[in-house]
Design a protein around this ligand. Structure first.
Ligand code: NOJ
Length: 754
């Protein structure tokens, strides 16, 4: 039976007593350093006994295995290949297989029948939930609530661990400034500060306080690095980037994950300035290990080692394996180049045995830290009990509704009264289950989802007639359903349209050159709008969209992303005012693809946009976004006042306390996210016009006021100087405290040299 612990899903009275006793016996409990020393000895002892084949086995991750077909009561002859390889110590890790019974069988063979008894590590993409599915990470980031993101990761870890997994390929911490890129859905958006806070929260959520305890997963920060900077927003494309942008924008969330103790990293598919990320010594060894002291392991991305043949960087698989391991990639995902070629490379003197040993050491270290050498066999009954349990669904609903961003609400169209007599629910996403789940729903099930249609009907009950009309497909040309949609709208007192992107319009390999609402849906929206009925749009999407017509013409818009299992109930909560939306955009919404890249923390230039012809702007479009980073409304209103700084000057060891009062000036309770931005006004390297340096999501009752405080120290004010060394230069700074990146109260202060 699995042992329960602080990190587990349930803390029973017995385990509380055990925990208390453990606390009392604290001095007897080995410290992390002592545990590491014990591990180190055991690792060295194992390495000294391993053959080169066994070592390369540890560096190999194979895809597939059991899951559906496995039956613990049969001879499972079909699995003999896999089992045989595990018995021979030829596989260090699996991905894409799970299930308590199957994993137990494999681990039993690894531990009891292989020569050295080394367990395998089961990894999978548990990106936004396992069976209980949470909002896509971009949506979850709109909560601006790291604590909630931590809880979501905790639930995902609990379920995935119960189902046999040890390791998740998450969090994805890639900064994305290009919404054409489909994988923007999987990250935290455009900002390194918000991204860092969410990265550390998610790592903590997955790994728990004690990685060796049950119900925890080793986390994997990916894709190292600058994957989100692909040219043209096209997946896997070339990345040509300055070292400054790499260090100031793309590396910080990885650093935050490393500081939070992340066990592994995954390297990226892209090249960085001519050198594939998979062979990049500067990033994988120089920065990650040298500068940051990371002692976990790095896994390649899916066959990214071999893909360097297509990059034109290596001649063949053997060459690929050599440059990857020499750069610092420890495990080869879904490829066998390491296992097949590196013994020869060692013999030829092309790869020192010490490099192989170091990779094995890192992998064994994480296996030990994760408690894999202990007997954590999974309990199939627990797997059944925990997956999609009511507590997990409740947290998923909370995260989902907190992820919703109110983009527009004129004339109080929202919330809709639950006394409405007839409601038209229109659009191709209103009754879709799959599309609620979002891009990484590999272990989710459609049947678990409550759709918007189902949830709205449940919420309104039999007193309200709900007229559903699909109207059209997500994409395509057929207008056959338009008339029924218009008829429904004409009969109704309130109209809600659920439109946007299906789940397969974002995510890996799903980049778009046009990020508008698909044309057929825009045509449907215009037809329904022509009825004159006020429409509330529920947008579902995996990226920012250029919804200018909608923003101009439709009175109410809710940005709901792909919210997961609880999408329907969460959206119904917001539509009828049971929950007041308070999410904020973690990414800029452009007006047109032509504005991309567009992000709030840009430089000012020598000719900032103005009336003047010779300023930095377009002649056919404002240079401002459709919706700025950090933006989001509420059913109530908030006022920011009384900005105060504890001093007008701050020195190197000092701190500045920034205070502002936020008042709920409306008639409903609601959430506001106070955001602190700074700008270094003059520096030896030009600085962004704004940089996020703090945020707090707070809840206020009508009429309630709260003082919020932020602390600024030299750390938050510095930047990389011309030699790329962190520095804080004396001089004037401006700061803003407000509800988004475009508004706020502002003040200046000075940083002094001493
Ligand atoms: C490729 C993706 O880039 C990566 O994010 C994922 O973890 C692996 N495939 C494994 O599925």
């Amino acid at each position: 039976m699995p042992r329960r612990s602080k990190s587990g899903p349930v803390v029973s009275a017995t385990s509380l007593v055990i925990l208390l006793l453990a606390g009392l016996a604290l001095r007897a409990v080995p410290t992390a350093a002592a545990t590491d020393t014990t591990h180190d000895k055991r690792i060295e002892e194992l390495i000294s006994r391993m053959t080169i084949e066994e070592k390369l086995g540890q560096l190999t991750q194979q895809s597939g295995g059991g899951i559906a077909e496995f039956n613990p009561n049969s001879d499972n002859a079909a699995f003999e290949d896999v089992f045989g390889a595990v018995r021979a110590g030829m596989i260090g890790s699996f991905l894409n297989s799970h299930g308590a019974e199957y994993v137990n069988a494999v681990q039993r063979i690894a531990k009891e029948e292989s020569r050295l008894g080394i367990p395998v590590i089961f990894g999978n993409d548990v990106i936004h939930g396992f069976r209980t599915t949470f909002p896509i990470p971009l949506g979850e980031s709109a909560t601006w609530d790291p604590h909630l993101a931590e809880q979501a990761a905790r639930v995902a870890a609990t379920e995935a661990w119960a189902a046999g997994l040890d390791w998740t390929f998450a969090p994805m911490v890639d900064i994305a400034r290009d919404p054409r890129w489909g994988r923007i859905a999987e990250g935290s958006g455009e900002d390194p500060y918000l991204g860092s806070r969410l990265a550390e929260a998610r790592v903590k959520g997955f790994q728990g306080e004690d990685l060796s305890a049950p119900y925890t997963l080793v986390a994997c920060a990916k894709h190292f690095v600058a994957y989100g900077a692909a040219e043209g927003g096209r997946d896997y494309n070339t990345v040509d980037i300055s070292e400054r942008t790499l260090r100031e924008i793309h590396l910080p969330p990885f650093k935050a994950a490393v500081d939070a103790g992340v066990g592994t990293l995954m390297c990226a598919f892209n090249e960085i300035n001519g050198i594939p990320a998979t062979a990049n010594r500067m990033t994988l060894t120089g920065i990650l290990r040298g500068e940051w002291g990371f002692d976990g392991f790095v896994v390649s991305d899916w066959q990214s080692t071999e893909e360097m043949i297509d990059h034109g960087f290596v001649t063949d698989e053997k060459h690929a394996a050599e440059v990857s391991i020499l750069a610092g990639v420890d495990m080869d995902m879904a490829a066998f180049g390491y296992r097949e070629h590196l013994a020869k490379s060692v013999k030829e003197g092309r790869v020192p045995m010490a490099v192989i040993d170091e990779a094995v050491r890192r992998i064994l270290r994480i296996k030990m830290r994760a408690g894999l050498f202990e007997n954590h066999y999974r309990d199939p009954l627990k797997e059944k009990e925990l997956l999609l349990c009511p507590q997990h669904r409740a947290i998923a609903r909370e995260v989902a509704r907190k992820s919703i961003v109110l983009l527009k609400n004129e004339n109080g169209v929202l919330p809709i009264s639950d006394k409405v007599k007839c409601l038209a629910l229109i659009g191709p996403l209103a009754a879709s289950k799959r599309d609620c789940l979002g891009t990484w729903a590999v272990t989710s099930r459609d049947e678990d989802v409550t759709t918007v249609l189902e949830a709205v009907k449940q919420r309104l009950g039999s007193d309200t007639e709900v007229l559903y009309a699909k109207g059209c497909d997500v994409q395509g040309d057929s207008q056959a359903g338009f008339n029924a949609a218009v008829d429904a709208a004409l009969q109704a007192d309130a109209v809600v349209m659920v439109i946007g992107e299906s789940e397969n319009l974002s995510g890996e390999g799903h980049c778009r050159s046009d990020i508008n609402l698909p044309a057929i849906q825009l045509a449907l929206l215009k037809k329904v709008h022509a009825t004159g009925k006020p429409i509330a749009v529920v947008l579902m999407n995996g990226r920012p969209l250029t919804v200018n017509w909608m923003a101009e013409n439709v009175p109410a818009i809710l940005e709901t992303w792909h919210l997961g299992t609880e999408a329907g109930p969460a959206i119904a909560d917001v539509l009828f005012g049971d929950f007041n939306p308070g999410g904020k955009l973690p990414v800029t919404f452009p007006r047109a693809v032509g504005q991309i890249p567009i992000y709030y923390n840009h430089k000012n230039t020598g000719r900032p946009p103005c009336e003047d012809r010779f300023s930095s702007k377009y002649i056919d479009l404002p240079s401002t976004p459709l919706y700025p980073f950090g933006y989001g409304l509420s059913y109530t209103t908030f006022n920011f006042s009384n900005l105060q700084l504890s001093a007008t000057k701050i020195s190197a060891n000092g701190e500045l306390i920034v205070t502002a009062t936020i008042t709920n000036t409306g008639k409903r309770a609601g959430d506001e996210v106070a955001q602190l931005y700074i700008r270094d006004l003059v520096a030896s390297v030009t600085r962004p016009v704004k940089q996020l340096r703090g945020f707090k999501r707070i809840s206020l009752e009508p009429g309630e006021a709260q003082d919020i405080t932020f602390k600024l120290t030299a750390n938050e004010l510095g930047f990389l100087n011309q030699d790329l060394k962190f520095t804080v230069e004396p001089g004037r700074f401006r700061l803003w405290v407000g509800p988004n990146s475009a508004d706020g109260l502002s003040a200046e202060f000075e940083f002094l040299a001493q």
